[in-house]
Design a protein around this ligand. Structure first.
Ligand code: KIV
Ligand code: NA
Length: 277
C-alpha cells in the first residue's frame, strides 16, 4: 500500500471514501494498526488514561507523548501519523505552539499534530501551519478543557451550541487545518455542518455523516477497564483472555508445569560431566 498523505485524505473526502482512524501508543499497537490497514493513526493524549492510568488527559507531559509517538513511528509505515499536543504545551503563544509541534516532527517522527478547541487555538493552528507543520483540529467535546464546557457531555445539543461548534470548525478550516475531529456532537448537528465545510471530518460520537471515524485502540479491543462512552463499539473483548493467559502462566509457575523441557537450553553431556564431576 502507498503511504497515506494529506492530499490523499482530501481525495478520499471528495470521493466519499470513508477514512478509518485509530489511536496507538506503542510499537505493537502501531504494528497492529499498520497490518489492519487503517488510514490515520493518532497518538492520542488519551494515552494519559489508557496507558498511564491518569483520570483525565490533562497530566500527560510532552516528554511522555514524545516517547509514545516515537515508538508508534517505529511500528508504522503506511498510515498518516498524527500526534496530540498535550494540554499546556501550545496554548501560551504561537512560539510555544510551534516549538512543541516541531519536537513531535523532529524528535518523534510525527507527520502532523492535533490541537483542541477553537478560540485561541485557531491562531495557534495558523501559526503551526505557517511553520510548515500540518495540523488537525478537534472540536465538540474537547477533553483537555472538559471542565470549562460542562464536563464530558455532548456539545451542540442546542442550536446555539451547534453554531458555536460550527464557528470553531470553520475558523480552524480557514486557519489551514487539513482535517478535524468532531467529538460527541449530535448527528443532526454534524449533518447540518458537513456541506458547509470542505476538509475531511473524522467523527467520534458525531454520527454517520462525517468523512471518517476514530476510536481509541483500548476501547475498540476491549482492553480498557473503565467507563466507556456511548460512542464506543467494542470489536473484541481482549481483557478477559489477557487476564486468563497471565493467570494460567502464574498457575503453571506455582505448580512446576512451566518451564517444560521444550523451554530449556541443553548442554553437551561431556560438558555437564565436567561441571558436576
Ligand atoms: O486522544 C484521543 O484519543 C483523541 C481521539 C479520541 C480523537 O483525541
Ligand atoms: Na486527544
Amino acid at each position: 500500500r502507498p503511504r497515506v498523505t494529506i492530499a490523499g485524505l482530501a481525495d478520499m473526502r471528495s470521493q466519499r471514501q470513508p477514512i478509518a482512524m485509530v489511536t496507538a501508543y506503542d510499537y505493537p499497537s502501531a504494528q497492529i494498526a499498520e497490518a489492519a490497514g487503517v488510514d490515520i493513526v493518532l497518538v492520542g493524549d488519551s494515552a494519559a488514561m489508557t496507558v498511564l492510568g491518569h483520570e483525565s488527559t490533562v497530566p500527560v507531559t510532552i516528554d511522555e507523548m514524545l516517547m509514545l509517538t516515537a515508538a508508534v513511528r517505529r511500528g508504522l509505515r503506511t498510515p498518516l501519523l498524527v500526534a496530540d499536543l498535550p494540554f499546556g504545551s501550545y496554548e501560551i503563544s504561537d512560539e510555544q505552539a510551534i516549538t512543541t509541534a516541531q519536537r513531535f516532527i523532529k524528535e518523534a517522527g510525527a507527520d502532523a499534530v492535533k490541537i483542541e478547541r477553537g478560540g485561541t487555538s485557531v491562531e495557534r493552528a495558523r501559526a503551526i501551519v505557517a511553520a510548515g507543520i500540518p495540523v488537525m483540529g478537534h472540536v465538540g467535546l474537547t477533553p483537555q478543557t472538559a471542565s470549562t464546557i460542562g464536563g464530558f457531555r455532548a456539545q451542540g445539543r442546542t442550536a446555539e451550541e451547534a453554531v458555536a461548534v460550527f464557528r470553531s470548525a470553520r475558523a480552524l478550516q480557514n486557519a489551514g487545518c487539513f482535517a478535524l475531529v468532531f467529538e460527541a456532537i449530535p448527528s443532526a448537528a454534524t449533518e447540518a455542518m458537513m456541506p458547509l465545510l470542505h476538509l475531511p471530518i473524522i467523527g467520534i460520537g458525531a454520527g454517520p455523516a462525517t468523512d471518517g471515524q476514530v476510536l481509541v485502540f483500548h476501547d475498540l479491543l476491549g482492553i480498557y477497564d473503565g467507563h466507556a462512552a456511548r460512542f464506543v463499539k467494542r470489536y473484541a473483548e481482549l481483557r478477559e483472555p489477557m487476564i486468563t493467559a497471565v493467570a494460567a502462566y502464574a498457575e503453571d509457575v506455582r505448580t512446576h508445569r512451566y518451564p517444560a523441557p521444550e523451554h530449556e537450553y541443553s548442554m553437551p553431556a561431556a560438558e555437564t560431566q565436567l561441571l558436576i564431576g
